[in-house]
Design a protein around this ligand. Structure first.
Ligand code: 5GP
Length: 313
């Protein structure tokens, strides 16, 4: 609960904040926003992310201070894990023996820490961080507002996903009043793609597969190399398959160096893709989730089809 999180924070001075590997906008924005909020409360706070900050979020305030590392070293009194359902998913060493605070809004969130604040009704973890700042009496600076607004913008799919409601726009309004610039935030994210990402998108879409309500695309290691694409260039590609008028559920398969596949699942609401990802050890939300599957691609796609109850047409 929020009150427990605040009381644990009050008792300590030095914090490390982190989130899941391959961080998305909510992971980065919430970590950066929360670290500034802690500093406003007179605490020391450092953000450590296994994969660092993806390029489209580089212009966020204090993004350049994020430590990219495989291990958390340091005399921290607590580790705050945001938007992440386990220590394992941070892919960081050195968290096991620390006092852990877990703040998450996923439907598949788990109470793995000493203190757990989980609210699946929040559209983004950033919404919870904003609530915490208000409760703690912290003044929301333009820098904090920019980080939290970016997190809300991306995790609601630009205010398009189910769950977006009047409170989301109230939150956005308050963040804009505090100094977030919507046009600038949107520009960095939606007009900040790499050339490699666009080339990869072209390669993926040229092999688009349709099976009833399912639309799916994939990229191989060889295509990634040919396009000189990085992992982060795959973020959001699944949405292009979902954007087709009669696609109700979409999947994106990325081949990993070991031959397995990372899968991103998206739904327009009719299919619960969190439940499907959880069956394969992953997780997420009803309309957006992810998991890993064994190859080859045909077997991975068949496994998803079977769980969806979709015949191979
Ligand atoms: P994406 O497809 O963009 O990687 O992830 C979509 C959503 O599912 C995000 O909210 C992300 O945090 C969650 N997600 C993706 N992969 C996993 C996973 O392996 N485990 C869990 N628990 N959540 C995941």
């Amino acid at each position: 609960m929020l009150s427990q999180v605040l009381s644990q924070i009050e008792q300590r001075d030095r914090f490390v904040l982190t989130s899941h590997a391959r961080p998305d906008g909510d992971a980065v924005g919430s970590s950066l926003g929360f670290s500034q909020i802690l500093r406003s409360m007179g605490k020391q706070a450092e953000v450590v992310l296994r994969d660092g900050v993806p390029r489209i979020y580089h212009s966020l305030p204090y993004a350049d201070k994020v430590v990219k590392a495989e291990r958390v070293n340091g005399n921290y009194q607590a580790a705050i894990i945001l938007e992440c359902d386990s220590i394992q998913r941070t892919r960081l060493q050195g968290l096991e023996d620390r006092f852990l605070i877990n703040i998450d809004h996923h439907a598949s969130a788990r109470p793995f820490a000493h203190v757990n604040w989980i609210d699946p009704k929040a559209v983004a973890t950033a919404e919870m961080i904003y609530r915490l700042a208000r409760e703690a009496g912290v003044q929301i600076s333009a820098e904090i507002a920019t980080c939290l607004y970016t997190a809300v913008l991306t995790d609601t799919g630009s205010f398009m996903f189910a769950g977006t409601n009047e409170h989301t726009f109230e939150l956005a309004r308050e963040l804009v009043l505090a100094g977030a610039d919507p046009a600038r935030c949107a520009r960095n994210i939606y007009f900040g793609h790499s050339t490699a990402k666009m080339r990869l998108l072209g390669a993926a879409l040229s092999k688009l597969q349709r099976e009833g309500p399912l639309g799916w695309i994939s990229v191989s290691q060889e295509q990634m190399e040919r396009c000189q694409a990085r992992e982060e260039d795959c973020e959001g590609l699944v949405n292009y398959a979902l954007s087709i008028h009669d696609v109700e559920v979409a999947a994106f398969f990325r081949e990993l160096p070991d031959g397995r596949f990372r899968v991103s699942l998206r739904s327009k609401g009719g299919y619960d893709v969190a439940a499907i990802a959880q069956r394969f050890g992953g997780g997420g939300h009803r309309c957006a989730s992810g998991c890993s599957l064994d190859g080859p691609l045909s077997a991975a796609a068949a496994a998803i089809r079977t769980e969806l109850g979709i015949e191979n047409c």
